[in-house]
Design a binder for this molecule. Structure first.
Ligand SMILES: [Zn+2]
Length: 456
């Protein structure tokens, strides 16, 4: 660190602009862009187009079947690698509004944090990437590597068009690696590289027997109970040991390499603190499974909700006539969303043909980049240079991001480097980004471009 005068000059510039950059973030997050309600999307996309065109990037606003994509390219570093920086300019709805200490679209600084909807997820994080590009251009008049920014307007509604968009724009998005700055850092504040993410699909199970609710005495034992129907069906899908028992469910899973298992085992963990903070006596079955192995390498089947019958005060001797279970599955490499949904549907048909199986959307595929990837080393050095500490290596992230569009469609390496504080409260009231995390994000973005340029 410090040893590199080119990067040191940029860090100095970023330090002197610290307050000015915070003002720019405040200006940016003041504009709502709620994809779920189609509020402000176009306006914010156009703000980005103005900002990126102003920096001298070749910028376009490209329509999709949903909200538009912003693509901005700077490709003048001949022979240097091209990094695709992905982010999303849409935000979650701010409800419940009464739990916000200050209004979600009136950004406020308190105790070293900016509070606003979208400030961490994801506007502050991709603005940090943009300001890093700006810093390079201001200080050195050029960029050390080629850059393509891809900013999506519907990540918060599940990125329904990203796969088609990437497939249709392969040439425009031709890059050597993709980097996403999204999500929170580890609670220790240490920088982080995630080499993948789990996929996700949703489905519902609908059971209905009688045409109306009936008396549990007058008809109990005659009329089948849809809640029991779902309970029995669900019990055939996952056993008490925690094994998912849907036929063929595990067929395509690529087991983690010894190196990946080792990386997961090296991640810091205070299990007692995790349990304390969650009010938990035990982990989900099987009890002996390693904490990070569960989150990085294992699929899940979660009952999000089971609804039907009477839930009010006191007793009601009713036999309900319909029930619904809402479920999600987190997929791991190389499970396929369509294949898994087909297998769940076939399982339902086999075990409870009278239950209706319903899906919403196609979900997100899992994604994984090998730990030995070409661009892992410059990325690691960049995080070290910006933070002064070695990054944590996550062989896979736990949640779901559209990284598969880069690994599976473009066929390039994809990494996630979160810039947000671990208590950013994304998707919740009082979402916030610490001024330090924002500042470090800009430094990290700048170091990333520098290290990628140096590596070739
Ligand atoms: Zn989000």
């Amino acid at each position: 660190m410090g040893a590199d005068p080119r990067l040191a000059a940029i860090f100095t510039h970023i330090d002197t602009q610290r307050d000015r950059f915070v003002e720019r973030l405040i200006d940016y997050v003041r504009h709502p862009s709620i994809s779920a309600h189609n509020v402000g999307i176009r306006e914010v996309a156009e703000i980005l187009v103005g900002m990126l065109t102003g920096l001298g990037l070749d910028t376009r606003l490209i329509p999709t079947a949903g909200h538009p994509m912003v693509v901005a390219r700077w490709l003048k570093a001949q022979g240097a690698p091209t990094v695709l920086l992905y982010g999303h300019y849409d935000v979650q709805p701010p409800d419940p509004l009464d739990l916000w200490i200050t209004p979600p679209f009136e950004p406020t600084i308190r105790d070293g944090r900016i509070y606003a909807r979208g400030v961490a997820d994801n506007k502050g994080q991709h603005l940090a990437q943009i300001l890093a590009i700006e810093a390079h251009l201001k200080v050195h008049g050029t960029l050390p590597c080629n850059v393509i920014l891809l900013l999506e307007g519907e990540e918060e509604v599940g990125s329904p068009h990203i796969a088609d968009f990437v497939r249709d724009n392969r040439e425009l998005l031709k890059a050597d690696l993709a980097v996403t700055a999204d999500g929170p850092l580890h609670p220790s504040g240490r920088p982080t590289i995630k080499f993948g993410s789990r996929g996700v699909v949703n489905f519902e199970l609908h059971a209905r027997h009688a045409g109306r609710d009936v008396h549990s005495g007058n008809f109990g034992g005659v009329v089948p109970n849809p809640l029991w129907t779902l309970v029995h069906l669900l019990a055939t899908m996952k056993n008490e040991r925690g094994d998912i028992t849907i036929e063929g469910f595990h067929d395509d899973i690529v087991p983690p390499t010894p190196q990946e298992l080792e990386a997961a085992a090296r991640l810091p963990l205070d299990l007692a603190a995790v349990k304390r903070s969650l009010g938990l006596d035990r982990l989900d079955a099987p009890g002996e499974r390693d904490y990070y192995e569960r989150l990085c390498f294992r699929p899940t089947l979660t009952i999000n909700g089971l609804h039907g019958g009477y839930g009010g005060p006191g007793a009601k001797t009713v036999l309900p006539h319909e029930a619904v279970a809402k479920c999600d599955i987190r997929l791991v490499e190389a499970q396929d969303t369509a294949d898994i949904l087909r297998k769940v549907e076939a399982h339902v048909r086999r075990h409870a043909p009278e239950v209706k199986f319903v899906t919403h959307g196609s979900g997100m595929q899992p994604s994984k980049t090998p730990l030995t990837a070409t661009h892992a080393a410059p990325l690691r050095r960049a995080l070290l240079a910006a933070h002064g500490t070695e990054p944590l290596i996550y062989p896979a992230g736990f949640g779901s991001l559209p990284g598969y569009a880069f690994t599976k469609i473009l066929g390039i390496e994809a990494f996630v480097t979160p810039y947000g504080n671990s208590d950013e409260a994304n998707h919740a009231p009082n979402e916030n980004l610490t001024l330090d995390c924002f500042h470090n994000g800009i430094r990290t973005g700048a170091a990333l471009l520098e290290e990628l340029g140096r590596a070739h």
